[in-house]
Each structure stands twice: as C-alpha cells, then as structure tokens.
Ligand binder design. Structure first.
Ligand code: HEC
Ligand code: HEC
Ligand code: HEC
Ligand code: HEC
Length: 458
C-alpha cells in the first residue's frame, strides 16, 4: 500500500519553522504560566456569547493596517489573522475540491454544513451563543481561541481591566502553555466530541502532526513579546512549552484509547491511533527494525508513540524511576494491541495514571542549563539508539531539538557560535524528515550522530 503523498502534510510547516529559526533566530514562542489557568473551560465549551470577528476588527481596536506605535498590543491583529493565518481560511477550506471529495467519500451532503467538519474548521458554538454579528464563515476566529467576548469586551475596550480581570470575565488564557496546549490540541488532535477517524483520513483528510512550541511559532504571530508584554503576562521558555505539549498530547491519545466510542471501528481498532507509516509506505522501501521501547516483532502495526517517547525522555531527566515506569507501561500498551481494544484500554489506563500527575508538575517546572543539556542529550541518545526509525518519531524529535536549542540559546546557555554549529547539523535532520515518502532512518540517525558530536565538543 503506497499512499505516501496523501498521508504527508508535514513539509509545509517544517519548512516554515526552519525559515523562522534561521531568519530571526528566535521564535515568537515564549509564554507565561498563569497559575491554575490550565483549568479554564475551552472557548468552544464555555457558556459565553460569541460576538464575531467584526466586533474585534474596528480600526481603533484590532483592525489597524499597521501596528500602533504607542499601544501595548499591535492592534493590527485582524489583518495578520485575515491575510496570513490559515485559521481565517479554515471555513473556506470546507468549500474547496479536497473537502468536496472528503464529503462525497463519507456520504455527507457537503462539508461546510457538516457538524463534524465545522467543529474544527470554524467557531461552531451552539446557535444560542451566537450574537447577530457572528458569522460561521469567519472560520477559526478570534473568539475560537480567546473566548466568547460578551462579558470581557466592555471592560476590555474601556481599558480599565488587566489581563487577570479579562480572564475572570471569560477571556481564555492563551499565554499559559497548559491552557494553550488544551486549546490547540482540541482541534489539532481532537476530543471525545470531535475527532478525525481513520475513516475520515481514508476519505482524504490530511495527517495531523502537532507540536505545541513549533505550531505556536508557525502560526503567524499577531502579538509581540516585548518588555510591556512581559510586564502584563508571565513568559515560559520553548522547552517548557514543548514539555507541557508532549504531556498533554500523550494524555489526549490515552483518553482516546480508553474511550470505547473512539478506540474501535467495528471489530477493528481505530487505526488513527497507530503509526500511519507502519502501514503506508512503498513496499520497495523495506525498513522495519526492532525497537527496544515497543518490544514488538515485524509485521504488526504499532501504536503511534512519538509523543510517549518524548515525554519519557523528559520524565527520565526529572525522575529516572518514573521514566522507567513509563517505559514499562508503554511496552505493555504496545503488547496489548494484539489482544483487543479492551486490553488496550486497560493498558492505556495504567499509563494514564502515571502521566496525569505529570501535567501539573511540568506546568510548574523550570528547566535550568544542566537540565536542558540533559534533555538535548536524551533526545539525541534515543535517536542514536534507533528509536526514531518511524517517521512520526523522527519528526517529533526534530521539533524537540529545535525547541531545546532555541531555549538554550535564549537563556544564554549556549553562545552564538555553538548555536550556529548545532544549526548547521540540525539542517540535515530537517532535510531527512522533509518528505515522509522519502524518509530513510539511516540519514536521520547520521544527522543525530553528528549533532551528538557537536554536543560532546566543549
Ligand atoms: C477551532 C479549532 C482550532 C483551534 C482551537 C486551533 N486550530 Fe490551528 N488549525 C485548525 C484548522 C482547521 C487548521 C487548518 C486550516 C486550513 O488550512 O483550512 C489549522 C491550522 C493551523 C496551522 C497551520 C498548519 C500548516 O500545516 O500549515 C498552525 C501552525 C496552527 N493551526 C496552529 C495552532 C495553534 C498554535 C493553536 C492554539 C493556539 C491552534 N492552531 C488552535 C483548527 C484549530
Ligand atoms: C478534530 C478536528 C478536525 C476535524 C473534525 C476535521 N478537521 Fe480538517 N483539519 C484539521 C486540522 C487541524 C487541519 C490542519 C492540519 C495541518 O496542516 O496540520 C485540517 C486540514 C484539513 C484540510 C487540508 C487543508 C489544507 O489547507 O491543506 C482539509 C481539506 C480538511 N481539513 C477538510 C476537512 C473536512 C471536509 C472535515 C469533515 C469531514 C474535516 N476537515 C474535519 C482539523 C479537523
Ligand atoms: C488559533 C488561535 C488564535 C486565534 C484564531 C487568534 N488568536 Fe490572538 N492570540 C493567540 C495566542 C496563542 C496568543 C499569544 C498568547 C497571549 O498573549 O495570550 C494571542 C495573543 C493575542 C493578543 C495579545 C497581545 C498582547 O500583547 O498581549 C491579542 C490582542 C490578540 N491575540 C488578538 C486576536 C484577534 C483580534 C484575533 C482575531 C482577528 C485573534 N487574536 C485570533 C491565539 C489566537
Ligand atoms: C494497520 C494499518 C494502517 C494504519 C496504521 C493506518 N492505515 Fe490508513 N489505510 C489502511 C488500509 C488497509 C487502508 C485501505 C486501503 C485502500 O483502500 O486501498 C487505508 C487507507 C488510507 C487512506 C486512503 C488511501 C487511498 O488510496 O485513498 C489514507 C489517506 C490513509 N489510510 C491515511 C492514514 C493515516 C493518516 C494514518 C495514521 C494516522 C493511517 N492511515 C494509518 C491501513 C492503515
């Protein structure tokens, strides 16, 4: 089976991210930890009325053509979103030929009126929460991320409210990495209520790789992290953002595997939880090899475990015994896949018990220079040990290395010369994962070996 081109969907954002890293050197992605903000109800589930993009886009509000000089925020957020951000086009996507084909293959009358599509491609809140000015065609609009504005718009325009007061009035704390992880992943990985199944992928939907720090950086920034931003909002480094993103991604996967509505399709397991490229690659490209962390033999589909590997590396630095427990429980999860969905759900529950408390812990975690270095070496070591022979794992490892190196540079743990030396080699890793159809594990491992050598030099 060779459906490489359809399963892909990576190179675009990887290339953009690479461009950013090289051009600016720093990513827009540094954000704050606002206490317990991760517990905030998602905009799509809260009971606040949504007013529509029009109410944000006034020329003296967020609709200016160029940034305002004497304002704390840029005020041209609308223009950035409208012209550069694919979220603004998410609804229009449902009208294009690809969506028409998906809808036809699924037996839907059309995509732009199907709840399953609108729930992620628009701000599809229930009709009683839509004001007169609300338009579904605005796609993934301001309020889809920042929350229904009915309670905070007034205090926010009058300028009397600070960020905490806005949040108390229903604004979603997008600066908090845990809250942000939950928000972005509700669409980029799915929830119990909205979910891209293998059936939908089979109908033509692209694969949905996600990593919080990278995707935060590739979403065209409509904000600027400067001194006044830091005064208003706490700021987290890319490693923290990456780590929290991995923990929430694992939790999201385990939620799916333990949900009887989502973990099977008829008598089959739901294939979307499995590594796409385990099944989808040309037969001329034979590449199976044993991986210590799965314990599986050849010829069996593997659960997609890239996020689990990353999280295990993070946890192992903080508490080796816990890392070991994650390793054993992930192996048990892999082993359960030939014993039916009940066995998978049971094994997933065990792992989830280990992972859940980690999320709160990582939200409080600050990584110092030795810890960041240990994470870097950890990601490289697993690669040199050939843990990333699966494409999705190599893709996650590449994004992880970028996040860690950027954080190290920004915190002053490595100087410009060292960062440059890393970057030159990191390019080879990016090249190796640029196209999933052309992925060769050996090239990727060679790049990681070279990075490991840079790390070993003083
Ligand atoms: C309401 C659902 C929803 C939410 C919430 C959401 N996204 Fe998206 N995102 C989408 C959809 C749908 C697309 C694809 C749009 C298209 O091309 O039609 C997308 C596309 C993207 C892309 C472009 C991907 C590419 O391949 O070019 C990035 C980057 C992105 N989102 C980042 C984020 C981040 C970061 C967050 C959280 C702050 C987030 N998204 C929250 C639905 C969402
Ligand atoms: C769980 C959320 C979710 C659901 C449900 C969903 N999508 Fe998507 N869709 C996304 C995200 C996120 C992306 C962007 C993936 C990326 O590029 O990283 C996307 C991308 C797409 C793309 C490719 C867009 C591009 O610019 O290349 C098409 C086409 C699409 N979706 C159509 C549909 C249709 C039709 C449905 C309903 C059958 C649907 N989607 C349901 C989240 C979803
Ligand atoms: C896909 C999610 C998403 C969408 C859609 C989105 N934003 Fe944002 N927005 C963010 C994130 C993430 C941040 C950065 C974290 C923060 O400061 O809260 C942000 C930050 C901001 C800020 C804060 C800047 C500062 O200096 O404090 C403003 C203002 C803003 N967005 C306005 C808008 C407007 C207006 C729209 C619609 C035209 C919009 N956003 C659409 C995710 C989104
Ligand atoms: C256990 C093996 C297996 C896994 C894992 C798997 N698939 Fe599939 N996939 C199949 C089979 C079998 C078909 C049906 C083949 C056919 O119709 O020719 C299929 C069909 C498809 C198709 C339609 C192919 C076509 O020719 O139109 C797409 C696209 C697809 N899968 C994407 C994915 C994605 C994305 C993932 C990972 C999230 C994934 N698959 C995981 C086995 C798998």
């Amino acid at each position: 089976m060779n459906v490489g081109t359809k399963v892909s969907g990576t190179s675009r954002f990887l290339r953009q991210y690479r461009g950013l890293l090289l051009a600016v050197g720093t990513l827009a992605a540094v954000f704050g930890l606002a206490g317990s903000a991760g517990a905030q109800t998602l905009p799509q589930n809260a009971s606040d009325i949504h007013l529509g993009v029009g109410s944000c886009a006034g020329s003296t509000c967020h609709g200016a053509v160029t940034p305002w000089r004497n304002s704390t925020v840029l005020q041209n957020e609308y223009v950035t979103w409208q012209t550069k951000d694919t979220h603004a086009k998410a609804y229009a996507t449902l009208l294009n030929d690809a969506s028409k084909r998906i809808a036809k293959n699924l037996g839907l009358p059309n995509a732009h009126e199907a709840k399953i599509c609108l729930d992620c491609h628009a701000n599809n809140v229930s009709s009683n929460l839509r004001s007169k000015t609300f338009q579904l065609s605005d796609g993934v609009s301001c309020e889809a991320c920042h929350g229904g504005a009915v309670r905070w718009l007034g205090i926010h325009i009058s300028g009397v409210a600070n960020h905490a007061q806005n949040v108390a009035a229903g604004m979603y704390p997008t600066e908090d990495p845990l809250a942000r992880a939950k928000l972005c992943m509700s669409c980029h990985m799915g929830t119990a209520d909205k979910f891209v199944t293998h059936k939908i992928m089979g109908a033509g939907h692209p694969r949905m790789p996600f990593e919080l720090d990278t995707f935060t950086a590739t979403q065209p920034a409509h904000y600027r992290i400067d001194d006044d931003y830091r005064a208003r909002k706490k700021v987290a480094d890319p490693v923290t953002t990456w780590a929290i993103g991995q923990a929430v991604a694992v939790q999201t996967t385990l939620d799916g595997l333990t949900d009887p509505k989502r973990n099977r399709q008829g008598i089959f397991p739901e294939l979307v939880f499995f590594d796409c490229h385990a099944c989808h690659h040309p037969m001329s490209n034979v590449r199976w090899e044993a991986r210590a962390s799965t314990g599986l033999g050849p010829g069996v589909p593997r659960l997609a475990d890239a996020n689990m590997i990353m999280l295990r590396i993070i946890v192992s630095q903080l508490e080796p015994a816990l890392g070991q427990r994650m390793l054993e429980q992930s192996r048990a999860l892999h082993a359960s896949t030939d014993q039916g969905t009940e066995a998978v759900a049971a094994a997933a529950r065990n792992l989830r018990e280990t992972v859940t408390p980690l999320i709160a812990r990582l939200a409080q975690q600050r990584f110092d220079a030795p810890q960041m270095n240990a994470l870097l070496r950890g990601v490289l070591r697993e690669g040199v040990n050939r843990e990333y022979v699966d494409y999705a794992a190599a893709e996650q490892a590449t994004m992880a290395l970028s996040a860690i190196l950027t954080a190290m540079r920004r915190a002053g743990h490595i100087d410009e010369a060292k960062f440059k030396a890393y970057n030159e080699v990191l390019d080879r890793a990016y090249k190796a994962v640029e196209k999933d159809e052309e992925f060769r594990p050996a090239n990727f491992v060679a790049a990681l070996n070279a990075l490991d050598q840079v790390a070993s030099r003083n």
